[in-house]
Design a protein around this ligand. Structure first.
Ligand SMILES: Nc1nc2c(ncn2[C@@H]2O[C@H](COP(=O)(O)OP(=O)(O)O)[C@@H](O)[C@H]2O)c(=O)[nH]1
Ligand SMILES: [Mg+2]
Length: 210
């Protein structure tokens, strides 16, 4: 059992006793975005454990709910969520949580983001509109987030400023490209959200003081 030290504000750190009886700290980053945008792929490419994922064949019942016509390569959909782990240091563990895509699982998001460093919103430029719901969500909850355009082969490439404009992103939100299948690329995205979150924390502290 972990002794969670969570607060309603900002990232939390959980301390778990390690085998050597030293405290190990853990924290988390949330991966969000529309259906088929590459969340499961990203968590899988950086996780050191086989990601725990709950995929199921999309059945007739979910037709119209999970639109596979938009993503012909996919026959499964993540039913609950993706979960991965990265050991950053002997005593520091990062957990990754992919958000469940379907609207019927959105009640889980509040639990997922509690205590998270921040979120990466994955975007497919072929289906930009799928990004609006996660963007609105993180903005409304004041969770730091970055936007990562997952570049699919054969997909149209747009200059990032055009993507920012189309998504009506606030100016300070970092916007990067990513190849979710590539470990190094996915790691860079994790580093970027961590840096951004730290910058935001520092700014908030300065405001509180000044
Ligand atoms: N070409 C290409 N395919 C990708 C990339 N990321 C994911 N895919 C593929 O797109 C499909 C959907 O990805 P998945 O991770 O399941 O999406 P999720 O619904 O967001 O979890 C899968 O078949 C992936 O192999 C990428 O960066 N490039
Ligand atoms: Mg998935």
């Amino acid at each position: 059992m972990t002794n969670a030290m969570t607060s309603s504000k900002g990232p939390s750190v959980d301390f778990v006793p390690s085998s050597e009886n030293r405290a190990a700290a853990s924290t988390k980053i949330v991966i969000a975005g529309g259906f088929g945008v590459g969340k499961t792929t990203l968590v899988g490419s950086v996780s050191e454990i086989v990601p725990l994922r709950t995929e199921a064949l999309v059945t007739n019942e979910s037709l119209g709910v999970d639109d596979l016509a938009q993503t012909p390569a996919k026959s499964t959909t993540t039913v609950a969520m993706d979960f991965g782990r990265i050991t950053l240091a002997e005593d520091l563990v990062l957990y990754l949580f992919g958000t469940p895509g379907q609207k019927r699982f959105w009640f889980m998001w509040d639990d997922l983001v509690r205590g998270a460093i921040g979120a990466i919103v994955l975007v497919d430029t072929a289906r930009l509109d799928a990004a609006f719901a996660p963007l609105d969500y993180f903005e409304s909850k004041n969770v730091p987030f970055i936007v990562a355009v997952n570049e699919f082969e054969g997909g149209a490439r747009y200059p990032l400023f055009e993507v920012a404009e189309a998504l009506a992103l606030p100016e300070d939100v970092p916007l990067i490209t990513v190849d979710a299948r590539d470990r190094e690329s996915s790691k860079r995205a994790l580093i970027r959200i961590t840096e951004f979150s730290l910058t935001r924390l520092a700014a908030a502290k300065r405001q509180a003081v000044g």
